[in-house]
Design a protein around this ligand. Structure first.
Ligand SMILES: NC(=O)c1ccc[n+]([C@@H]2O[C@H](COP(=O)([O-])OP(=O)(O)OC[C@H]3O[C@@H](n4cnc5c(N)ncnc54)[C@H](O)[C@@H]3O)[C@@H](O)[C@H]2O)c1
Length: 440
């Protein structure tokens, strides 16, 4: 079986490599010349654990190729996946479908026999129908079906999520399209992965609804963390007590500085627009977008308050820049508003991230100093801030910080440190939802 994957980013590259691992022949088409030459030279343009090995072995086996010629990739492919970006459109919150429709035009020009065109990109409800219309207009004599197969992988665990997903959602109206996709996903069917067949609209909406629900869980526990701080409760106790209820579940109940990343912010915004346009506005989703934006903006104030109300000329060390660990993705990361505000207030910020510093540079103020390790960040810092919970930060000992830092303030926006151990070394420790009075 042959498929084409348009877009070699997080989703296209991971999905393409995983389909190749299933034994399928996959042609990945990537438009960005730098990304393409990296891929052709065996260098990964993104950081994702396990990806390089998977790509290398499938390229060596001849099942995975990279190119920029959509025509060559599409001709003879049974399914063509669109995995291009759908960022927020400037000004109105809608998903920007420019890349999707540009890819559709190119696909339309190239197809020559029955093909299933599949949106793997997260696209607003109605996009699949529109794509079908375009294809029909441009190639009235070629048989095509359009399907929606939204992707639920998480960056940082993308291969595991793709190979062992909770479910696969396939939205298609024709039996023929369903058969092609069922055959492609047969290895997952064999390990009893639920395959949810739906109509096009339901599949498109499922992706937005799932992301909004996860974003809602995060936003909810963040608000509960705020309450905890006021009433003297530890949010981790509350989250555990709540999450052990099987109806609720323990995942996504970790308080922090507000969600970021390549998906939740743009997908919640897009769902707000989709719901409004459909005449069924979602007040819940609109509110969560607002609450999360406010929270991210407020996090710098928490750091300023921990530094006795003034950060001017203070040396502030920041650990972690990416929106979450195990990725180099900086899109909508909480570090961006936090560091920008600290710099505006006159702080000298130095930072370290295990994977994200190259991506961070163009997004952060020019005055930020980038360090090579934890020691450089902590050395002579007046205040240390944890923004992303990379595992290597968890092992940092209070004694080490006491010896290298100039000041005594720790702001731990991911609650990775033991507050009592920090306080025992004389630090002012500020976490999230963990008031001073609370036992640890
Ligand atoms: N990143 C995630 O964790 C994730 C998870 C699930 C779903 N999604 C969705 O998947 C889609 C892609 O996300 P991503 O993070 O992989 O984006 P990305 O920006 O990392 O990758 C998109 C790639 O497509 C390429 N591209 C654009 N137009 C092209 C064209 N006409 N031909 C060939 N290549 C083209 C770009 O150069 C880029 O490399 C989005 O809709 C996103 O919402 C992302």
């Amino acid at each position: 079986m042959r498929v084409a994957m348009i877009g070699g980013g997080y989703v296209g590259l991971v999905s393409g490599a995983c389909f190749a691992e299933f034994g399928v022949s996959v042609a990945v088409v990537e438009a960005d010349p730098a990304r393409l030459s990296a891929l052709r030279e065996g260098r990964m343009p993104i950081y994702e654990p396990g990806l390089e090995k998977l790509v290398t072995s499938n390229v060596a086996a001849g099942r995975l190729t990279f190119g920029n010629d959509i025509g060559a990739a599409v001709r003879g492919a049974e399914a063509v996946f669109i995995a291009v970006g759908t960022p927020t459109r400037r000004g109105d919150g809608h998903a920007d479908l420019t890349y999707v429709y540009a890819a559709v035009e190119q696909i339309a020009a190239a197809i020559d026999s029955y093909t299933v065109i599949v949106t793997k990109s997260t696209v607003p409800v109605g996009t699949g129908r529109r794509i079908a219309e375009i294809l029909k207009q441009q190639r009235p004599t070629v048989e095509v079906d359009v399907a929606s197969n939204p992707e639920f992988l998480r960056e940082g665990n993308a291969i595991g999520d793709f190979m062992r997903p909770d479910r696969v959602v396939i939205g298609a109206d024709s039996e023929r399209a369903r058969e092609v996709l069922q055959r492609l996903y047969r290895p997952l069917f064999l390990i009893e992965t639920p395959i949810v067949f739906t109509g096009l609209e339901a599949a498109e909406l499922t992706k937005y609804a799932a992301n909004a629900f996860l974003a809602l869980k995060i936003t909810f526990i963040n608000e509960i963390a705020d309450v905890c701080e006021r009433v003297g409760a530890d949010v981790h106790d509350v989250a555990r007590g709540v999450g052990l209820d099987g109806r609720i579940g323990r995942k996504f109940l970790h308080p922090g500085p507000g969600f970021g990343g390549s998906c939740f912010p743009k997908d919640t915004l897009a769902l707000v627009r989709i719901a409004r346009d459909a005449g069924a506005p979602s007040r819940l989703v609109e509110t969560l977008v607002d609450v999360n934006d406010t929270r991210k903006a407020q996090m710098a104030d928490r750091i300023v308050a921990a530094c006795s109300g003034n950060v001017r000329d203070l040396s502030i060390g920041v650990l972690g820049l990416t929106f979450k660990p195990e990725t180099d993705d900086m899109r909508e990361a909480a570090s961006i508003p936090i560091i920008t505000r600290l710099v505006d207030l006159g702080a000298n910020v130095k930072a370290f991230d295990p994977q994200g510093m190259d991506q961070a540079r163009p997004m952060l103020p020019a005055s930020v100093t980038y360090c090579c390790n934890v020691h450089e960040v902590a050395k002579d810092a007046d205040c240390l801030v944890v923004i992303t919970e990379w595992n290597e930060f968890r092992a940092i000992s209070p004694g080490f910080l006491r010896d290298v830092m100039a000041g005594k303030v720790i702001v731990d926006l991911r609650n990775i440190f033991d507050p009592s151990a920090m306080r025992a070394e004389g630090f002012t420790y500020v976490g999230i939802g963990r008031p001073e009075s609370v036992r640890n």
